[in-house]
Design a protein around this ligand. Structure first.
Ligand SMILES: *Cc1c(COP(=O)(O)O)cnc(C)c1O
Length: 392
């Protein structure tokens, strides 16, 4: 006998839960890609993406995952020999830098470890030391560590020094979950994907760029026609929007997801994700009381509202993850990059996109039950603390 017969719960930090409305919107016959509603839908998608990112800058849509738009952003901004200052607070900051390196970019990597945001003084020193740096890359929320970085602070550092570098931000995990105001924050290039806060099956990636970035990308024409974002943002013919055949069914899904986001409103979405995160931290604080499992990020202001990473010095959290899946149909996120030998001392909860209190409390209660079943030391009262935080 297994109790796990209902709808499985997928709480990984991407792909996230796909709403039924999005699934239903995708369930249809192949549409006309030459004329008619699909073309208007592409324009609607562009307008809604701009509202999600709080920008008048231009979104380009690629049939790609996050790694694809990392490459797109690099291909549009850098020529071999250009300098990049890459900030890392986990695996994803390093991944973006690695793609740039393969393009022949001269990368200076500042690694801030796995449990805090970037150090402003070190960033300022590196920028002061090198006026030739063409761009700074930072990840708003590094999904491996659940560290969240203060992006407006980066703009402030650049402006205080008077450094002309472009500010490039990876919002693949944070867009549609955590506050992001691209224009107000002075972000020049932003990359995102559809399968986390945007609740759509993996397969679409986005770059957003402003006029300053556009001037840089137009200065050289070595970008391949496929990655070039200009025809995608200002297409002469519809097929140029996607560098080829339109991702028809993904467009129906994304359009529905963005419509849901417009109905909820960005302020409400951000507030909800913050509440959900605070509920998880409340549970985590209780578990950590005399227990063996704790949050990876100690300071509240460094924590993501979209994903939470748990660590233990003594317990095998892979067994906990497997127990939750086997006994309850709950999938948790595996440890990435910060895992110790064997990788068994980490798990992550994704709390992005389509989520409500029973899903969240159910997941936390299942983890709590797993700790009891496996004899993992933990403090009491986690679920009470989480629900009190949600409905306070
Ligand atoms: C998920 C993620 C990526 C990678 O996206 P893929 O779609 O897996 O290629 C990059 N950066 C961040 C912050 C992410 O969360």
């Amino acid at each position: 006998m297994t109790l796990s017969q209902g709808r499985d719960l997928f709480m990984t930090p991407g792909p996230s839960i796909i709403p039924d409305r999005v699934l239903n919107a995708m369930h249809r016959a192949a549409p006309n890609i030459y004329e008619g509603p699909l073309l208007d839908m592409a324009s609607d998608i562009t307008e809604m993406l701009k509202r999600v990112a709080q920008t008048v800058g231009k979104p380009a849509v690629y049939i790609a995952n996050g790694h694809g738009v990392w490459e797109a952003s690099v291909a549009n901004i850098f020529e071999p020999g250009d300098k990049l200052l890459a900030l890392a607070t986990g695996r994803f900051g390093m991944g973006w830098a690695e793609i740039a390196r393969r393009y022949g970019v001269d990368v200076e990597l500042l690694d801030f470890g796995v449990s805090t945001g970037f150090d402003a003084d070190r960033v300022a020193d590196a920028l002061r030391a090198d006026p030739a740096i063409k761009a700074v890359t930072s990840v708003q929320t590094d999904t491996s560590t659940s560290v969240s970085n203060d992006i407006p602070k980066l703009r402030e550092i650049l402006d205080t020094i008077g450094h002309d570098a472009l500010l490039m931000v990876d919002c693949i995990a944070s867009l549609g979950c955590e506050v992001h105001e691209m224009d107000a924050w002075g972000v020049d290039v932003m990359v995102a994907g559809c399968q986390k806060g945007l609740m759509t099956p993996p397969g679409l990636g986005f770059t957003f760029h402003n006029d300053k970035a556009s001037i840089v990308s137009r200065r050289f024409r070595t970008t391949s026609p496929y990655w070039d974002w200009e025809p995608r943002t200002d297409p002469e013919f519809f097929y140029q929007r996607f560098g080829g055949t339109a991702p028809t069914h993904h467009m129906f899904g994304l359009h529905e997801a963005l419509t849901m986001m417009m109905e909820e409103g960005m302020e409400a979405i951000w507030a909800r994700h913050q509440k959900q995160a605070e509920a998880i931290w409340a549970a985590a604080d209780r578990w950590a009381d005399g227990g063996a499992v704790r949050l990876n990020v100690p300071a509240v202001h460094d924590r993501s509202h979209a994903v939470t990473t748990f660590v233990s010095d003594t317990e095998n959290l892979t067994e906990l993850r497997q127990w939750c899946l086997r006994e309850s149909g709950l999938t948790l996120g595996i440890g990435l990059s910060i895992a110790g030998p064997g990788g068994d001392n980490v798990f992550r909860i994704g709390h992005m996109g389509h989520m409500n209190p029973p899903m969240l409390l159910g997941a936390l209660a299942t983890v709590d039950a797993g700790m009891k079943a496996l004899g993992i030391a933990h403090g009491d009262g986690a679920i009470d603390a989480a629900s009190a935080q949600l409905f306070r």
